[in-house]
Design a protein around this ligand. Structure first.
Ligand SMILES: Nc1ncnc2c1ncn2[C@@H]1O[C@H](COP(=O)(O)OP(=O)(O)O)[C@@H](O)[C@H]1O
Ligand SMILES: [Mg+2]
Length: 280
């Protein structure tokens, strides 16, 4: 197994196994996330990516999902926290953006109402404090802040705008860690690259770490500092994006690389985008 050396600015350090009833899903998973880094988590469908994210967030059904080990985050072991303690962390210190923006938003409520609820979940203050917080987070994701926009229902927005609203909610309380679980997988390629650029910009401007989860190695190349490869519930390799692309160690990573589409337009000057991204 190839793992790079842990640094001392660790934000999250996980080493655990998880099973659903008798079915092992994550086996001795090791994952370290440094403060301020964008960490990719890549693996095929069913490898356990969402389960890993949900374990960090404490969102798995306690009766069915059994975790053993620890997930150190700041001063706590997330696996030992009560539901109440987890609720104060979720949305404030660690937040989540999922794949389908339109199903994550409430179709019956205006955007303003949903943003207000997200603010009030972890803050108290006047209407004007709330309005200012909403304006700031909408600006940070390059969305309009006017009344006409805030009065919209989710169905009146494009899917890209809806994803930006969810990202605005996720960054509203300035989390130190944002987990994006296939957050761009349902988007068309142009919107996908705009949202990827937004995640990178937010990472740079706020310093929040991002765990960027995707089944698609190519899509993570441009934004991740490091990448962990999950295969059948095990992290089989973890390294910088450059290392993973230039010198994949594990046989499964090598297969993932070999399976990446390489449809090149004619002409020697145009490089494959992931090759370019990997050397950035
Ligand atoms: N609630 C559940 N009960 C039992 N098995 C589950 C449950 N959720 C997920 N699994 C199983 O865990 C494995 C990993 O699933 P998941 O974490 O969703 O993978 P990924 O996000 O990588 O596609 C799969 O085999 C899936 O069938
Ligand atoms: Mg998943």
């Amino acid at each position: 197994m190839a793992f790079d050396t842990p640094q001392n600015d660790t934000l999250l350090s996980a080493h655990f196994s998880l099973r659903y009833a008798d079915k092992p899903v994550l086996r001795g998973v090791r994952l370290e996330i440094q403060r301020g880094e964008v960490m990719g988590l890549v693996g095929q469908s069913g490898s356990g990516k969402s389960t890993l994210a949900m374990t960090i967030l404490g969102l798995l059904e306690k009766k069915r999902a059994h975790a053993e080990g620890s997930i150190q985050f700041q001063d706590s072991d997330l696996l030992q926290l009560s539901e109440r303690e987890l609720r104060t962390l979720r949305g404030r210190s660690i937040s989540l953006v999922l794949q389908s923006p339109l199903s994550s938003l409430n179709p019956a409520l205006r955007i303003r109402t949903q943003l207000k609820e997200a603010w009030r979940a972890h803050a108290s203050g006047t209407n004007s404090d709330c309005g200012n917080a909403i304006r700031t987070c909408l600006e940070s994701v390059s969305l309009p802040t006017d009344d006409e926009f805030l009065r919209k229902y989710p169905s009146q927005m494009s899917v890209g705008q809806a994803q930006r609203v969810l990202i605005a909610m996720a960054v509203m309380h300035r989390p130190v860690l944002l987990i994006a679980d296939e957050a761009t997988s349902a988007l068309d390629v142009i919107t996908q690259s705009e949202i990827l650029a937004l995640f990178r910009a937010l990472n740079r401007s706020t310093g929040m770490a991002i765990l960027y989860i995707s089944h698609d190695l190519a899509s993570v190349a441009g934004i991740c500092d490091r990448i962990a490869i999950l295969h059948q519930g095990e992290v089989v390799e973890c390294g910088t994006t450059e290392q993973i692309f230039a010198n994949p160690q594990h046989e499964y990573t090598q297969r993932l690389m070999a399976a990446m589409p390489r449809i090149l337009p004619a002409g020697p000057s145009i490089q494959h985008k992931t090759q370019a991204a990997a050397t950035r």
